[in-house]
Design a binder for this molecule. Structure first.
Ligand SMILES: Cc1cc2nc3c(=O)[nH]c(=O)nc-3n(C[C@H](O)[C@H](O)[C@H](O)COP(=O)(O)OP(=O)(O)OC[C@H]3O[C@@H](n4cnc5c(N)ncnc54)[C@H](O)[C@@H]3O)c2cc1C
Length: 376
């Protein structure tokens, strides 16, 4: 979020610096599955995701450099009880121009050969969606921002946020202050900590999310779509080298709150068995897959699983853009645009008010119209 915000600001001629305490993509982004899908159940995130897919599809021209995007297609499988919700979500997505449709059970095998589909009544399919490489994406966005004059400070931690007369004045770092008329907190899982430096309480929990890695069996390493299987509460997406990443769709991940600077970065004992069984129930042909070492990353979870994108306090020049709760990668092109437009007072392409910090105290959290688990 910091990199796409910097790119959009630099495109508009603003003087901008990215201040990163580690290396680029060393937070959530570097461990992201980086699935770029548009299947959302509210209009604004669906529109933001559609914009994101346009950017990833045309990345070389729109940003420059590689992002590793593979438009392998994206499939959503839901239990029969959610069929009406699935159809309504697809109708909403189509109404905002998203290329998606409902598949009947006999069509599911055409896009996912070998699928065990006896329990399925319908699925949603996005032919142009897929996944990207989060490291390549981040370095290409940073390179593009740098070409336009942005300064990139790595291994430089923000330790304080300065205000003067009710306006933000810059940030403190161990190598001295950086003065700025606007500061954007894009600290992801560290978002609440950085907000506290500005005297704010922002409800973002850093939570551990695991991913298993499998080598697919010989003969099963061909092109494969990304699949979100709500029946088995799991998802799987291909990875280069004949691998498959498999994770859970599990709201209880919000309870695994950790110290973002000190958490278990590998999968728990037995995790591969749990997720592997769910995957093989859906794709029996993968039974001979071999587990490889998995890993864990950080979700930055808010009470409604949607981010805070807001200027707080209003008129202060201090912005929060954090808390993407496990689904922010695909939204990052739209978010960079939104944040830059807020800072510069431009008319918003995507209205950020729905993501205001005060929505919880006002009793107006972000809600999808039909939500199965945590699609957003
Ligand atoms: C396992 C996993 C799978 C995921 N899968 C998907 C997916 O398939 N699709 C999708 O859209 N999203 C996915 N996500 C979510 C997505 O990756 C995140 O929402 C997104 O990467 C968040 O980006 P960010 O810039 O907000 O945070 P981050 O990438 O965490 O960046 C925040 C940065 O701030 C830096 N920082 C923190 N504190 C300071 C400080 N004091 N001073 C300076 N720098 C600081 C950190 O070092 C870090 O680099 C997944 C996440 C995980 C963990």
């Amino acid at each position: 979020m910091g990199c796409t915000t910097a790119l959009e600001l630099a495109r508009r001629g603003a003087s901008v610096a990215v201040v990163e305490k580690g290396a680029p993509a060393s937070g959530s982004t570097g461990r992201s599955s980086a699935i770029v899908r548009q299947h959302y159940s509210n209009e604004i995130t669906a529109r933001m995701a559609r914009y994101g897919l346009e950017v990833f599809t045309d990345f070389e021209d729109r940003v420059g450099g590689p992002c590793g995007f593979d438009p392998c297609g994206f499939l959503v499988l839901v239990p029969a009880a959610d069929e009406a919700g699935l159809r309504a979500n697809v109708a909403l997505q189509r109404s905002v121009g998203i290329d998606t449709r409902v598949l009947d059970p006999d069509e599911i095998g055409e896009v996912l050969p070998g699928v065990a589909a006896a329990d399925l009544v319908a699925a949603a399919w996005e032919p142009g969606a897929g996944y990207a490489d989060p490291h390549l994406t981040t370095s290409s966005v940073l390179a593009a921002a740098r070409r336009l004059g942005a300064r990139i400070h790595v291994n430089r931690e923000v330790t304080g946020v300065r205000f003067r007369g009710g306006r933000v004045a810059g940030v403190d770092t161990p190598r001295g202050p950086i003065h700025a008329g606007a500061v954007v907190n894009c600290a992801g899982p560290w978002g609440a900590r950085v907000a506290a430096m500005a005297g704010l309480r922002v409800p973002i929990d850093p939570c551990r999310a695991q991913l298993a890695v499998f080598a697919r069996p010989e003969g099963q390493r061909g092109r494969h779509p990304v699949v979100l299987d709500f029946v088995h509460a799991s998802y799987f997406r291909p990875e280069t080298g004949g691998l498959m990443l498999v994770g859970l769709i599990d709201p209880s991940e919000a309870e695994d709150v950790v110290d973002p600077d000190d958490y278990a970065e590998h999968t728990d004992e037995g995790y591969e068995l749990v997720v592997g069984e769910r995957w093989i129930q859906r794709c029996p042909g993968m039974e001979a897959a071999q587990p490889r070492r998995g890993y864990a990353g950080l979700y930055a979870i808010t009470p409604d699983w949607h981010p805070v994108i807001d200027e707080v306090p209003a008129g202060s020049g201090h912005f929060v853009c954090s808390g993407f709760s496990g689904h922010g990668f695909k939204l990052s092109p739209a978010v960079g645009l939104m944040t830059a437009q807020m800072i510069l007072g431009e008319a918003p392409t995507f209205d950020p008010r729905v993501f205001r910090l005060s929505r919880w105290s006002e009793g107006q959290p972000v809600r999808g119209r039909y939500e199965y688990s945590i699609t957003g």
